[in-house]
Ligand binder design. Structure first.
Ligand code: KG4
Ligand code: ZN
Length: 334
């Protein structure tokens, strides 16, 4: 036999996903059932609706992941499931499914931190090279993580208020763009120029933390003032200006984190890494600074179970097993 086959399960937000990964790096299958259309009419993810959808889809999605990989349940080495953070009701569905399957099939079980998963998305493309720094930017997170080796995480910075993706989504909403707003702003920004002066939250000189709520308020104020004065707002310019502010802070702090740790590998992860301005700003800076940058393809940037299976493989190899008493942890620490 020899190879390690891990089935991953991810249900932390609005994607029901299951995947099979071999040896932590070979993607055998990655089935993603998105609920985006369901939540779009509410302008955001509705937790109750998400949980119900996960229940309806999970069994099927797991079976498809096994079928597409051509792997039988009995051939699996372990099960890996997102334990947190995320929406508690959504997480519970994945955790319950994983526990039931682990019990029925007598398989080892590991709980995976969602952020660890996002970082390991890169490992499915090209092996991670340690030590490294990862910038994880999604709808729920904005974090800088240092990894000295597999399955070792040290947080260098985090957002103090909104996550980067959340800021994109909220600003999109005030610009009357559909949900999720990130891709919409990305598109609209290309038609505009970053001509509007908006703040950058650098925080304390050495801080690797982030803050985006002030920027969001500045966008809202700009719209409000224009309305009061009866002037028209160039929405594309406002989108471009907002995006530039986010990208500049994310890029600068990532480079600072890389330098402060003396590493030469930066990994970009999470849904916001799909942002075209962020990708080009980071790749240009990294090229200038001689830093190796890993950016996974977009389908691995957003939530998926393959990244959970990959991260879970290294927890499994470190024998960090979970018991059948494992619970979903909406505020799980890395
Ligand atoms: O990782 P992800 O799929 O889910 C979470 O774990 O949150 O990230 C979703 C977030 C959303 O806020 C979405 O607006 C944002 O990623 N996003 C983008 C882009 N594509 C997705 N933000 C900016 N530019 C994009 N192109
Ligand atoms: Zn995510």
């Amino acid at each position: 036999k020899g190879s390690t086959l891990v089935l991953g399960i991810e249900t932390s937000c609005d994607e029901t996903s299951a995947a099979v990964v071999e040896n932590g790096e070979i993607l055998r299958s990655n089935v993603i059932s998105s609920q985006m259309e369901v939540h779009r009419k509410f302008g955001g993810v509705v937790p109750e609706v998400a949980s119900r959808r996960h229940v309806e889809r999970i069994t099927d999605v797991i079976q498809q992941a096994l079928d597409q990989a051509g792997v039988k349940q009995s051939e699996l080495s372990a099960l890996a499931v997102t334990q947190g953070p995320g929406l508690v009701g959504a997480l519970l569905i994945g955790v319950a499914a994983a526990k039931a399957m682990a019990f029925a099939a007598g398989l080892p079980l590991v709980g995976v931190h969602h952020i660890a998963g996002h970082i390991y998305a890169s490992h499915l493309v090209k092996p991670l090279r340690f030590p490294l720094v990862a910038l994880v930017v999604s709808g729920g997170h904005t974090e800088l993580i240092y990894m000295p080796g597999h399955n070792r995480f040290e947080r260098l910075g985090k957002t103090r208020d909104d996550a980067a993706g959340e800021a994109f989504d909220k600003v999109a909403r005030v610009l009357e763009l559909p949900y999720p707003g990130g891709p919409e702003i990305d598109r609209l920004a290309r038609e505009g120029r970053p001509s509007i002066d908006l703040p950058r939250a650098w925080l304390e000189p050495d801080s690797l933390d982030f803050s985006f709520s002030g920027l969001k308020s500045a966008v809202i104020n700009h719209l409000h003032n224009a309305k009061q004065r009866g002037t028209t707002v160039q929405r594309a310019d406002l989108a471009a200006s907002f995006q530039e502010s986010v990208v500049e802070v994310l890029t600068e702090k990532s480079i600072r984190a890389v330098k402060s740790k003396g590493v030469d590998h930066l990994v970009l992860a999470g849904g916001v890494s799909a942002n075209s301005a962020l990708r080009s700003a980071l790749s240009e800076r990294c090229r200038k600074e001689g830093i190796r940058l890993s950016v996974p393809p977009i389908e691995l940037c957003t939530d998926n179970a393959a990244m959970i299976a990959a991260a879970g493989t290294f927890r499994y190899l470190d024998r960090e097993f979970a018991g059948l008493d494992m619970n979903a942890e909406p505020n799980l620490k890395l």
